[in-house]
Write a protein that binds this ligand. Structure first.
Ligand SMILES: [Zn+2]
Length: 258
């Protein structure tokens, strides 16, 4: 499931292929993109930058055009040498950008659009994003201000996946960082101490940066998707339940997360 570390990892792989280059070929195989004419609109334009912002990926072209993608639950980016076997079926590709003997492919992305730079600045989905959890500069005081402006009855776990508060954390990292901080994800913000929030987010920042660099294998798996197994810290059974408006899966140990 793509969270901020996955998107940064993808951007880190895509950047050396595309940045500073004019793609030699651009293909949009899905019928829904037939009339968008992206190959024509992007022809001859160089890629200026490849950016991850929370769970969003932006490919900026010269001439103020931006490819904006969000993978939600199903999508994936991949980079292969031309001719190499693809990780998913060809029929599931939405976008193929070819440059320097490599292909950058987006599969199954529920959100893929070509927008102008000014639209990318003002679109609420991008404009309202909180600080990127993996950003090099991160202001903990600003994060705490945002959290304290939130509804004090909101559970900690639900607050941490609000992309306007902090961008990039999803169900996996929410569960793991609350566990690392020994903080109960069901505890309302009013009863959550600043130190617990900071400890959870520092864990997420450090470990997500590592996973962005090294890939999935670097992700911790203490509680996520381990319902019914023994807690590695106290031996109680790990629990799972849906949380918040989106009924988002949360895993925690009631024995040692308070
Ligand atoms: Zn425990």
């Amino acid at each position: 499931m793509p969270e901020g570390d996955t998107i940064h990892h993808a951007a880190n792989r895509i950047r050396p292929v595309l940045a500073g280059r004019v793609p030699e070929q651009i293909v949009t195989p899905q019928r829904r993109h037939e009339r968008d004419r992206w190959p024509e609109r992007l022809a001859g334009r160089a890629v200026e930058a490849v950016e991850a912002r929370g769970k969003h990926l932006l490919v900026r072209f010269d001439g103020d055009l931006v490819l904006h993608s969000h993978l939600r639950m199903t999508g994936a980016w991949d980079v292969h040498a031309v001719g190499e076997r693809w990780r998913r079926a060809r029929s599931r590709a939405w976008l193929v950008l070819r440059a320097g003997g490599q292909e950058v492919v987006q599969f199954d992305g529920p959100l893929l659009e070509l927008i102008t730079t000014s639209r990318a600045r003002t679109d609420p989905r991008l404009r309202d994003l909180g600080q990127d959890v993996i950003g090099e500069r991160f202001d903990e005081a600003m994060l705490l201000r945002r959290i304290r402006e939130d509804d004090p009855t909101r559970p900690l776990g639900d607050a941490l996946i609000d992309q306007r508060t902090i961008a990039g954390i999803g169900n996996i990292w929410k569960s793991e960082c609350c566990f690392a901080a020994a903080a109960d994800p069901w505890k309302p913000l009013a009863r959550t101490r600043d130190e617990e929030i900071v400890a959870a987010v520092r864990f997420a920042r450090e470990r997500m940066a590592q996973s962005a660099r090294d890939g999935y294998e670097a992700r911790p798996r203490a509680v996520y998707a381990r319902a019914g197994e023994r807690c590695p810290r106290c031996g109680e059974r790990i629990r799972a339940a849906g949380q918040g408006d989106g009924n988002r899966s949360t895993y925690w140990c009631a024995g040692c997360q308070r």
